[in-house]
Ligand binder design. Structure first.
Ligand code: NAG
Ligand code: NAG
Ligand code: NAG
Ligand code: NAG
Ligand code: NAG
Ligand code: NAG
Ligand code: NAG
Ligand code: NAG
Length: 630
């Protein structure tokens, strides 16, 4: 026994040593030195005790976690010069992105120690002064983007020693003098526009479009801007037009998909890093609000900044977001949701709000309230963006889609039915999430938009509610949108007048939807529109209770009593009078107890009906109708 214990100890300490050594400890110290010596407005979760490779924001390690190979810190509000002898100690670094910050001071020339650097992104900062003369130290550099700074002096001719260079962007700086003869065959993208360059375009660079040199004081024959060569500006214009109309097409198409497809898909920022196939060759559509781009580029605070919440590993800025390839996921009552695939293979869901009816301050307060909710059954809000013309919310993207999709998509075709256990887990999770929201911020918070298309599965496959707290911010779209209407409590005529009791009602509708497999408002064969709650009432009243249940559920044995129990809870929640509805915390307990019905641990005293009524129908009817009459 004792020997075993000792062996176990030895084994465990071996693992600990392994774990400890599989951290790039020198690199961590270098990064912490960097963080200590620079002011920034967005928090870095860098803690010496945690794993830099797995947890530190903006950090990527190599395969065995022995070295840091990428540092991406865009949009952290850094101010001041890059502290010397910090990042330059990350000798295995390949990608450095410090763009969209407020860095000033000279080019961090000690980075010349980073011989493995392949990509350097410093654009959108306030760096000044000349570039280092010798670029040949970075023999592996392939992408250089220094645009939108205040670099001056001449463009170093040593850049032509970079034999792997693919892209060079020095636009919007103060470079002067003549353009050096950059004879780099690998170079594909060049942008020297908006500087103070003079002379002629060297022969080796004439293969680049005129736009690459515009906004300088070059000799006239090259830089007469209005005469655009046919293969430069025109196709560009065309393609941007195309994608705009394509997006419009998607939006229009999306809206006619009906209420099934408000489906928002999200992903956890951690879970999508692996398993991302590199088949991203489908046509890219950028998010259709590029006009904002100008607004963000300069300002580091206040308006026009993506505000991230703590504990999120996402590292991108609005610019990345705008350039992400976008796909409309659905149009909801509060706006359109896009799936946005960023260049670093992160995928997020971006909700673009329309008709926000409150001012900046109130909006921000609500976002803070929502964004600070951390619960396993509440989909976290990762970031938001507020400017006069544009309000965005960034969520995780859930690969499996919403509960609405799981319940309703491909009905009648071959589909994997949503089994009973899953439906119970969805109900339990959603109930806990809503109960938590109701308990937050001294019970003033309301979800306001509970419906199957706003419920997703968390990593334990339990329900997880999204899209909360918007109802009070948004001017309702009149006339009321059908797809929300089916979930809406009768007393809610204006979507801003939601309450915790109306959340309970909507949750009840969700339970009925899970049970019946029917949408809250659905058309039958004819023109008739069916309201789920009324339909369930009528079916139960007329004693064909068994018909109430989703045919997909009929294949599972021994679940009748659980289904009836869920029906009972659902009916209780959709009580007409708000004060008759139970509190969400109690609903959550009832839903958790559904599984106990069969094992005889049933908490409610209604067991009396069980002996005398073995058949399903009368029991269901009795229970259901008794709760209607309350
Ligand atoms: C951070 O900002 C404060 C106030 O502006 C300044 O006193 C301090 O020197 C700055 N620290 C660094 C490391 O730049
Ligand atoms: C350039 O990259 C190659 C391959 O990754 C590497 O072997 C070489 O050391 C790098 N160059 C420098 C100067 O580090
Ligand atoms: C570049 O990376 C290689 C391995 O990828 C490493 O052996 C080499 O030392 C690195 N170069 C520098 C300058 O650190
Ligand atoms: C570059 O800018 C610095 C300060 O921003 C200035 O001192 C220097 O004279 C400038 N050099 C040139 C060549 O314009
Ligand atoms: C390119 O590199 C070589 C050796 O590193 C150096 O002698 C030469 O001057 C460099 N070329 C330019 C244009 O700087
Ligand atoms: C940086 O410059 C490169 C090369 O011109 C370009 O491909 C890339 O899109 C630029 N990045 C941004 C954020 O503009
Ligand atoms: C250069 O970078 C700027 C800003 O990052 C971008 O707007 C421009 O499109 C880039 N130029 C090229 C040719 O990629
Ligand atoms: C551009 O260069 C000219 C002389 O070549 C100089 O007079 C002018 O001040 C420069 N402009 C800027 C913005 O540096």
């Amino acid at each position: 026994m004792g020997i075993r214990l000792i062996l176990l100890r030895v084994f465990l300490s071996g693992i600990l040593v392994l774990l400890a050594t599989s951290e790039p400890s020198e690199d961590k110290l270098a990064l912490l030195d960097f963080a200590k010596n620079i002011n920034h407005s967005r928090a870095l979760n860098w803690d010496i005790r945690t794993s830099a490779c797995n947890l530190w924001i903006g950090i990527t390690c190599n395969h065995d976690n022995s070295r840091v190979i990428a540092v991406r810190l865009p949009g952290f509000g850094f101010r001041g010069s890059v502290p010397s002898n910090t990042l330059s100690r990350l000798s295995a670094l390949q990608i450095l992105s410090l763009r969209s910050n407020g860095f000033s001071g000279p080019f961090p020339s000690d980075l010349s120690k980073l011989g493995n650097l392949t990509s350097l992104y410093l654009q959108f900062n306030k760096f000044q002064g000349p570039l280092p003369l010798d670029f040949s130290v970075w023999e592996n550099l392939s992408v250089i983007n220094l645009s939108d700074n205040a670099f001056n002096g001449s463009i170093p001719s040593s850049i032509s020693n970079l034999t792997h260079l693919i892209a060079l962007n020095l636009s919007n700086n103060l470079f002067s003098g003549e353009i050096p003869d950059l004879n780099v065959p690998s170079l594909q993208l060049l942008d020297l526009s908006s500087n103070n360059l003079t002379g002629n375009v060297p022969q080796s660079l004439t293969r680049f479009p005129n736009a690459a040199f515009s906004g300088n004081q070059l000799a006239p024959e090259v830089s007469s801007p209005p005469v655009l060569p046919p293969n430069d500006e025109q196709p560009k214009k065309k393609s941007s037009k195309l994608s705009e109309s394509a997006i419009l097409g998607i939006i229009i198409g999306g809206s006619s998909l009906g209420f099934l497809l408000v489906a928002v898909l999200l992903i956890l920022c951690f879970s999508n890093k692996e398993a991302k196939p590199k088949i991203q060759k489908k046509p890219k559509k950028e998010l259709p609000f590029k006009k904002e781009k100008k607004a963000i580029s300069g300002s580091q605070d206040g308006d026009g900044r993506l505000v991230f919440f703590e504990g999120c590993n996402l590292a991108f800025d609005l610019e990345d977001l705008l350039r992400a390839s976008a796909e409309v996921l659905g149009k909801g009552s509060f706006g359109t949701t896009y799936k946005a695939a960023l260049e670093d293979a992160t995928t997020v869901a971006v909700k673009r709000l329309k008709e926000v009816s409150v001012g900046k301050r109130e909006f921000e307060l609500q976002m803070e309230a929502v964004g600070n909710i951390r619960h396993e059954n509440v989909a976290p809000l990762r970031a938001y963006y507020y400017s006069k013309d544009e309000k965005l919310m960034v969520y995780d993207y859930y690969l499996q889609g919403s509960v609405s999709t799981m319940l309703h998509a491909k009905r009648g075709e071959k589909r994997i039915p949503l089994d009973w256990e899953s439906r119970i887990r969805i109900a339990i999770g959603a109930a806990r999430g809503i109960a938590h929201i109701h308990a937050e911020s001294s019970e003033k918070l309301v979800h306001g938009n509970i419906k199957a298309s706003n419920i997703f599965l968390n990593s334990q496959q339990y329900g997880c509610v999204s899209d909360l707290g918007l109802a009070t911010l948004i001017t309702p779209i009149a006339p009321p949108v059908m797809r929300t209407a089916g979930y809406r409590a009768p007393e809610v005529t204006d979507s801003r007048k939601v309450s915790q009791a109306s959340d309970v009602y909507s949750f009840g509708v969700l339970l009925l939807e899970l049970l019946t497999g029917k949408s809250p408002i659905h058309a039958t064969g004819g023109e008739e529109v069916i309201h789920l709650v009324r339909w369930v009432h009528s079916v139960v009243r007329e004693e064909w209770t068994a018909e109430v249940f989703d045919v997909e559920l009929l294949r599972y044995p021994n679940i009748e009593e659980e289904m009836v129990e869920m029906l009972r809870i659902g009916m209780t929640c959709v009580a007409r009078m708000p004060e008759q509805r139970p509190k969400m915390i109690d609903v959550a307990k009832m839903v958790e107890d559904i599984k106990k019905v069969n094992t005889g641990n049933r908490p409610s005293p209604e067991t009396r009906t069980e002996e005398s009524t073995p058949a399903l129908t009368p029991l269901a009817m009795e229970i259901a109708s008794s709760s209607i009459q309350q």
